[in-house]
Design a protein around this ligand. Structure first.
Ligand SMILES: NC(=O)c1ccc[n+]([C@@H]2O[C@H](COP(=O)([O-])OP(=O)(O)OC[C@H]3O[C@@H](n4cnc5c(N)ncnc54)[C@H](O)[C@@H]3O)[C@@H](O)[C@H]2O)c1
Ligand SMILES: O=P(O)(O)OC[C@H](O)CO
Length: 341
């Protein structure tokens, strides 16, 4: 299979690397928007900026510049950008791919979050598949999600992913592309549920980082994860997702990984906020995207529009907006009225 991965951050690189190691012998190209970074990656055979210490397999091709020739041959296009770049990327590639008619390859994204509406706009923050529907509704699309740190996938440590799409051929293409070696890919047709899980767990991982940074204890962390799963599920159901999805890999699975795993960027943001470090400095030191920071407000706004209560996510928004300190956030949550579970 001819696979093109657009976007050479940590996750795009790890996913391209996994596809290039598939025993079927796929032809895999990792496309980077930054030509200098592409050259450096090719010379070092390592993405030192985003995935250091990982040697890229010889079969993995690196490219930059206009991706038209790559897209003309692609049988699967994987978008490795953050949510913020998904709309623009789809705008760029959709005309060429749509022109292939029935031969158009599936397009799948890896991002987890909601789009931030432009400042001052009243439109809701959209999930990735809603962005795709507004930009390129005719393309066969899907999402690859689930509990997966790039570094572990790149080291071929066992990982279970979810391939979600409304289209069975897209799900099948994803299985053929990635299911092998230490990667297991589970199919799911609940795209909304999978995307809500992927977005909300990032916000909740910030909250868990705060909880652990303040050394509130293991009981508090378990309570936070459990109540977080409840609010993730409430929002997901209200948006049309299915309950069982939130009990699966892209729900509780990714929430537990991101909220507790030391490799999580979102959790790291929470740990640093607990030390009262300023957010801009935290984001700069991270060097990678932490989607929870960018989608927390959109999550809470969509929940409010649907009458869904999300107290943990709302508390994270107040903290990110500088309306309270980490300790005040905890105090506010502990002072809430008693409620039924
Ligand atoms: N890193 C992981 O372990 C992991 C795992 C699963 C999912 N994800 C998700 O995948 C997405 C990408 O994460 P990552 O870890 O690769 O991020 P990263 O910070 O390592 O890299 C981001 C990449 O996106 C590119 N980029 C940033 N802004 C852009 C723009 N405006 N236009 C085009 N490209 C742009 C950067 O050049 C870089 O290549 C995120 O939504 C993340 O939540 C990450
Ligand atoms: O490092 P994070 O917090 O962006 O999480 C990475 C993955 O989404 C975990 O599944």
């Amino acid at each position: 299979m001819n696979i093109v991965v657009l976007g050479g951050g940590a996750w795009g690189t790890a996913v391209a690397l996994a596809a290039a190691q598939h025993p079927a012998g796929h032809t895999v190209t990792l496309w980077l928007r930054d030509a200098a970074q592409a050259t450096a990656t090719e010379q070092a055979r390592c993405n030192q900026r985003y995935l250091p210490d990982i040697a890229l397999p010889p079969a993995l091709r690196i490219a930059s510049g206009a991706p038209d020739a790559l897209l003309a041959r692609a049988q699967l296009v994987v978008l490795g950008t953050p949510v913020a770049a998904l709309r623009a990327t789809l705008h760029t590639i959709a005309p060429q791919l749509s022109a292939r008619g029935a031969d158009a390859p599936p397009v799948v994204w890896l991002c987890k979050g909601l789009e931030q509406p432009p400042e001052g706009h009243l439109s809701p923050g959209l999930l990735p598949h809603e962005i795709q529907q507004s930009v390129a509704p005719a393309l066969p699309c899907g999402v690859l999600s689930g509990p997966s740190f790039a570094q572990e996938v790149a080291r071929q440590q066992p990982t279970a992913l979810v391939a979600a799409s409304a289209h069975a051929p897209v799900r099948q293409r994803l299985l053929e592309a990635f299911h092998a070696n230490a990667l297991r890919v589970y199919a799911n047709d609940d795209v909304t549920g999978v995307e809500v899980g992927g977005a909300v767990k990032n916000v909740l991982a910030i909250a868990t980082g705060v909880c652990d940074g303040l050394q509130l204890g293991l009981n508090a962390r378990a309570a936070l994860i459990t109540r977080g799963l409840a609010e993730m599920t409430r929002l997901g159901l209200a948006l049309g997702g299915r309950a069982e999805t939130f009990r699966g890999l892209s729900g509780i699975g990714d929430l537990v990984l991101t909220a507790t795993g030391g490799l999580s960027r979102n959790r790291t943001v929470g740990l640093m906020l607990a030390e009262d470090q300023p957010l801009p400095a935290i984001l700069q030191s991270l060097g990678h995207v932490a989607e929870g920071v960018y989608c927390a407000r959109a999550v809470v706004q969509r929940a409010a529009a649907l009458g869904v209560e999300m107290p943990l996510s709302a508390a994270v928004v107040r903290l990110l907006d500088g309306q309270c300190s980490a300790r005040e956030l905890v105090h506010g949550l502990l002072s809430r009225d008693p409620a039924r579970e």
